[in-house]
Design a protein around this ligand. Structure first.
Ligand SMILES: O=P(O)(O)OC[C@H]1O[C@H](OP(=O)(O)OP(=O)(O)O)[C@H](O)[C@@H]1O
Ligand SMILES: Nc1ncnc2[nH]cnc12
Length: 178
């Protein structure tokens, strides 16, 4: 790991807290709201992500809800558009959807069926890669919608849940593995 990579990982680590037993007993929830509320730290993370994809992607896709915050900021930094992947029933237009399991429970996510021109290059952004269920389902959904997924990016990776295995063959980058 380079010094720059170490230092951005340290910024994330310094602005992360564990909330025990949330949203259910036994889950140690990684809360990154301290990172969001520190302007310098947030800007450093957004620039770090954006710099990996300059000139490589047409859209940022953010996963509801925390992926919206980072994803929209990275899209703005890159001067490209943002496409939301939302929980079922929230998008107003015609949608494509997929169901999946995550560390706590299951979910159903959707994207607008007409969000992409065929072959559009997209970067998928979320806050946490845990079991990888959300990331895998999102990538599959986007490909059904005609996009080409260039990479998946998350700020925090829960290494012990081995979510990366679900994304085998894909470009995956996370800033801090815990
Ligand atoms: O790798 P996985 O096991 O799929 O878990 C990761 C997902 O879980 C969290 O979202 P959550 O579903 O809690 O939704 P929220 O962002 O709306 O709180 C997190 O923001 C990721 O999207
Ligand atoms: N432990 C965790 N903390 C924060 N977000 C999560 N998403 C899935 N597992 C999580």
């Amino acid at each position: 790991m380079s010094t720059e990579e170490q230092s951005i990982a340290q910024v994330v680590s310094d602005h992360l807290r564990d909330i025990p037993d949330f949203p259910e007993p036994g889950v140690a929830f990684k809360d990154f709201t301290p990172l969001l509320s520190d302007g310098a730290a947030l800007a450093a993370v957004v620039r770090d992500i954006a710099d990996r994809y300059r000139g490589r992607v047409d859209h940022i896709v953010g996963i509801e809800a925390r992926g919206f915050i980072l994803g929209a900021a990275v899209a703005y930094e890159l001067g490209i558009g943002f496409v939301p992947v939302r929980k079922a029933g929230k998008l107003p237009g015609e949608t494509l959807g997929v169901e999946y399991d995550l560390e706590y429970g299951s979910a159903h996510i959707e994207v607008h069926a007409d969000a992409f021109v065929a072959g559009a290059h997209v970067l998928v952004i979320d806050d946490v890669l845990a079991t990888g269920g959300t990331a895998e389902a999102t990538c599959t959904l986007l490909e059904r919608a005609g996009a080409e997924v260039v990479a998946f990016e998350a700020v925090i990776e829960l290494g012990f849940l081995e979510g990366r295995a679900k994304l085998a063959g894909r470009e995956v980058h996370t800033i801090l593995t815990v």
